[in-house]
Design a protein around this ligand. Structure first.
Ligand code: FAD
Length: 534
């Protein structure tokens, strides 16, 4: 009686081994599902004598394989494609893009250029994924996610001419500060603010909006120069401010807030050489058998085991893998087509989640945007193609991969229905609006419509389409699939609050492993208790 938690755990460890300690820690809430991903530390011998089959070799499957083999499980990983990584997919010269219903494209980029067809940026708060990059020795570099030299463009604003992001940000801020400052001076906010706060707010607004001493906005050097400061008498002269109505008419004005989202920080990260360097890192570390071209056809579980039948897509043979547990990371829309003896409600939950749409189009191009002082970042154009994304790597080299379309959601669905040549022509046309004359510089287009990519057939589930938002996803199917189903554990980014981020795959996989570890520890502890009682 009266012993501390630490000494209790110490004694338990001495009696029941690492597994019992781990289970008790989970029960005490010390190792509950992590609120944020850190390095996992499953006890080394936890999985000894136990086996797991992992379905799908995306980030979730790779995290599961890496951690479970470290914990002593016998691991088999089954992946339908001839490569690992799943949505983490980098295209280079010679890569093939197979899409259902389309002619296969072969990428013809210059040497050294690449296009991250799926994930392309990692925010600083995705500590789980960044942790694996660090542990697996995957070098990172800065991904410049926002450039104030890039543009916002809208047909009905500024005569159809693009507006530089810095002007969009700072002219808007100037006008809003002026309006608020006027309202304050006229006493319109006397009910809402104390005299003392009003007194403090006025000078702040002057600084915030770069207003003159009368509280008027007359333009600011923050929006850029009409004449840059130079030598001797070349004085700096700021640009004329754009009329407020032109800013308000710009449908992309909200994109001036893009980098204020935590997910879209101005400075993000990318693996040097392409996002699939993370996959290569896992591949170097994992020693368990990894079966590629292994398309899972059927999952059947009995009280004692789970059997997974798969087809070797090269040899045409069919094999069955047996294990104590299955970790199933297949996208739900794909899993819906796999035979199983899952309970009816589970099957219904899997089949009921619609998938979203997303498209990317990349070109090989000379770096004309750098002549416009754009080094990385994004121009926002809206519509079907949504944005133009400039490369952060290879600055000042001859050529770069310009992403001339990255759109998701309803507009992306319609865009993907267009013939590929039409998609390319539209993306080219967008570049012409932002960088007139340079559309002809674009070569070697690579089009990825995720709704047509085999073994994904969509970029992520449309949980949000049912009224939920990333970070706030919750519905009965989501909850059900997040529970173990007998010996089967569903896992993957789609079962996290970030279905569109690799961090979601990491967090979901780690949670799944914690659940399996707890179950194993409990059964070990029960076995020992029975043995000592006998
Ligand atoms: C366009 C786009 C942009 C994105 N941008 C970002 C970003 O910038 N940053 C970021 O962090 N994340 C981003 N993401 C999200 C990120 O890619 C995913 O959240 C993450 O990679 C999902 O990992 P997963 O393991 O859960 O699923 P997946 O990667 O889909 O893995 C599932 C695996 O199952 C395999 N499989 C399917 N069917 C079978 C079968 N029958 N038998 C065997 N195997 C099968 C698939 O081939 C695949 O390898 C983006 C995704 C897309 C599509």
């Amino acid at each position: 009686m009266g012993f501390s938690r630490r000494s209790f755990l110490h004694r338990l460890g001495a009696v029941g081994g690492a597994a019992a300690t781990y289970s008790a820690m989970v029960s005490l809430g010390l190792m509950a599902v992590p609120a944020r991903a850190g390095p996992m530390s499953l006890p080394a011998g936890l999985g000894r004598g136990r086996s797991v089959v992992i379905l799908g070799g995306g980030i979730a499957g790779l995290v599961a394989a890496y951690e479970m083999e470290r914990a002593g499980f016998t691991v088999t990983l089954l992946e339908a494609r001839d490569r690992l990584g799943g949505r983490n997919w980098t295209l280079r010269n010679g890569s093939r893009i197979e899409m259902v219903g389309e002619t296969t494209q072969t990428v013809a980029f210059s040497d050294g250029l690449y296009m991250n067809a799926g994930p392309a940026r990692i925010p600083s708060h995705h500590e789980g994924l960044l942790g694996y990059c660090s542990r697996l020795g995957v070098p990172l570099e800065v991904e410049i996610n926002s450039s104030r030299s890039a543009y916002i463009w809208s047909a009905g604003s500024n005569g159809g001419k693009p507006i530089q992001m810095r002007q969009g940000v700072n002219d808007t801020r100037g006008y809003i500060s002026e309006l608020l400052s006027k309202a304050l001076s006229r006493g319109a906010l006397d009910q809402d603010l104390s005299a003392e706060d009003r007194e403090k707010l006025l000078p702040f607004l002057r600084a915030y909006g770069d207003l003159d001493e009368t509280g008027a906005f007359r333009g600011t050097e923050r929006s850029g120069f009409a004449q840059v400061p130079g030598a001797a008498g070349q004085f700096g002269r700021s640009r004329e401010p754009l009329p407020f109505r032109e800013l308000l008419a710009n449908e992309q004005l909200r994109a001036t807030l893009f980098e204020d989202q935590l997910y879209m920080q101005a400075t993000m990260f990318q693996p040097v050489g392409g996002m699939d360097r993370i996959v290569a890192g896992f591949q170097r570390a994992i020693t368990s058998p990894v079966r590629m071209n292994a398309e899972v056809l059927e999952i059947r579980q009995s009280p004692g085991a789970v059997a997974v039948t798969w087809r070797d897509r090269v040899r045409g043979t069919t094999e069955t893998a047996q294990a104590d547990f299955a970790v199933v990371t297949l996208p739900l829309n794909i899993l819906a087509g796999v035979e199983s003896n899952f309970d009816k409600p589970v099957k219904a939950a899997i089949a009921g989640v619609p998938h979203d749409y997303s498209n990317k189009i990349g070109f090989d191009a000379p770096r004309f945007w750098e002549k416009d002082q754009i080094y990385g970042g994004i121009s926002f154009v809206g519509g079907e193609t949504n944005l133009v994304w400039y490369p952060s790597n290879g600055l000042h080299t001859a050529r770069g991969m310009l992403l001339a379309c990255y759109g998701s959601g309803r507009a992306a669905k319609g865009f993907a229905a267009r013939p590929i040549d039409e998609q390319i022509a539209i993306a080219r046309g967008v570049v012409a609006r932002l960088h007139p004359g340079h559309e002809a510089d674009l070569s070697a287009p690579a089009v990825v419509n995720w709704s047509k990519i085999p073994f994904n057939m969509g970029p992520w589930p449309a949980w949000g389409g049912r009224g939920g938002q990333e970070g706030h996803l919750d519905d009965p199917a989501y909850r059900l699939l997040n529970l173990p189903h007998g010996r089967v554990y569903f896992s993957g980014a789609h079962l996290s609050q970030m279905p569109g981020w690799q961090e979601g795959a990491v967090l979901s996989a780690q949670r799944t492993l914690n659940l399996i570890a707890e179950r194993v520890s409990n059964s070990v502890a029960e076995g020992r208790a029975r043995a000592s009682a006998a």
